[in-house]
Design a binder for this molecule. Structure first.
Ligand code: LMR
Length: 395
């Protein structure tokens, strides 16, 4: 049976890590996968996570099955983190399950949408995280795109986006990035969110919000502004969130899928369908990451420590953005790269051709996705001059 298979290319994002690791050039720079790195280029375990793990090690007394919903304490705390004091919680219209990472949440959401309407259409931004397409298609959804990033002017094609979303059908789903758009770093302003929420209300499509970077843009509350506004306007919505980046729990695979329904009764029905979806994919989520997150969020001390560490990560990424813009100019490049400093979160497109990206990799050992998406956290004081000069050379 296996003889009918042909080998597939490596994942465009994850495949870069293996190439980077195999490179022996001491000057190599990894701007590939979206993981936070400190000035030394290391992705350290957060101090609040270490403390929570120690606590769990001392107190955990069973490894018995946790059930498809996952930890109810984690789910409650995540819902508060995502929705704040929003009326959807007070009205008891949300149901949250713990998932294996943000990708697990997206797959659960996609299967859930497919259970509502087999082969439903989901609209995704052009561009988006490449794996969105794979995850949605694997669940049987029909993927279409709406305009989003204006590559020419390095900004948002908001008019194009708005016009496209007005034409979406009422029983379609629309994927929106809550903050820190991956791969462009180009986020909606508050006013633009208001307009999109208005369109969602008028058209009646289902918003599916992907929030993989809460706290990496402007702050935990600020980054949830758009989705909370959307939840004011629509009756049904899904939010997929991830603890990979903001808690640095990448390999623990912990995220959440939250459904907002019209009322409590409908929420219970939706939840039963979501649990069936979970049971048929992975039965129940891993527990360790959820236990760490709930321990942090339920402890005043650890939560305060987390806020500090999250702010450090956010501030470092933002300062890397201005640092790179300044260094590229100092390397004698006349093209305007100031857009990088205006964008948010972990990524921006440098705006190079695939050939120039390949040249950076082959001749300078600098790794970024072929679209010229850079993971800004890979920049450091120690490598930024070399990076800027190499960019100047390929330009
Ligand atoms: C990324 O976009 O680099 C991250 O979300 C990691 C991944 O799984 O692709």
């Amino acid at each position: 049976m296996f003889g009918s298979l042909s080998a597939l290319p490596a994942d465009p994002i994850l495949g870069l890590s293996a190439k980077y690791r195999a490179n022996t050039n001491p000057k190599k720079i990894d701007l590939g996968v979206g993981v936070y790195k400190n000035e030394a280029g290391h992705t350290a375990v957060l101090k609040c996570v270490k403390a929570a793990e120690k606590h769990r090690l001392d107190t955990e007394d069973t490894k018995v099955y946790i059930g498809p919903t996952g930890s109810s304490l984690f789910n409650e705390e995540m819902a508060k983190l995502i929705f704040g004091h929003h009326k959807v919680l007070l009205e008891n219209r949300t149901r949250t399950v713990s998932t294996p990472g943000g990708t697990g949440a997206l797959r659960v959401a996609a299967e859930f949408i497919n259970s509502c309407k087999a082969g439903a259409t989901i609209w995704i931004s052009n561009p988006t995280w490449t794996n969105h397409i794979g995850v949605f298609e694997a669940a049987g959804l029909n993927v279409k795109t709406y305009p989003y990033y204006d590559y020419e002017n390095k900004t948002l094609d908001f008019d194009g986006m708005l016009a496209a979303l007005k034409e979406v059908k009422a029983d379609d789903a629309v994927l929106l990035h809550a903050c820190c758009h991956n791969p462009s770093g180009m986020d909606l302003t508050k006013e633009q969110w208001q307009q999109i929420a208005e369109v969602a209300k008028n058209v009646g499509f289902l918003p599916l919000i992907d929030m993989a970077y809460q706290g990496f843009g402007e702050g935990l509350e600020e980054d949830a502004y758009g989705l909370r506004l959307m939840a004011d306007s629509v009756k049904e919505m899904i939010v997929c969130s991830s603890c990979s980046k903001n808690f640095g729990l990448y390999r623990e695979r912990i995220g959440a899928c939250s459904i907002i329904a019209q009322n409590t009764h409908s929420a219970d029905i939706a939840n039963s369908v979501m649990l069936k979806v979970v049971r048929c994919i992975y039965s129940m989520p891993p527990a360790h990451g959820a236990a760490i997150v709930e321990t942090i969020l339920l402890s005043d001390e650890l939560r305060a420590q987390w806020y500090i560490e999250l702010q450090e990560m956010r501030d470092r990424i933002n300062s890397n953005r201005t640092l790179l813009v300044d260094k590229i100019a100092a390397a004698g490049v006349t093209r305007d790269f100031s857009f990088i400093a205006r964008q948010k979160g972990m990524f921006s497109f440098l705006g190079l051709t695939p050939e120039q990206v390949q040249q950076l990799q082959d001749e300078y050992s600098i790794y970024m996705v072929g679209s010229s998406r850079m993971s800004i956290a890979g920049i450091a004081q120690s490598n930024v001059d070399y990076l800027a000069q190499s960019i100047a050379k390929v330009l």
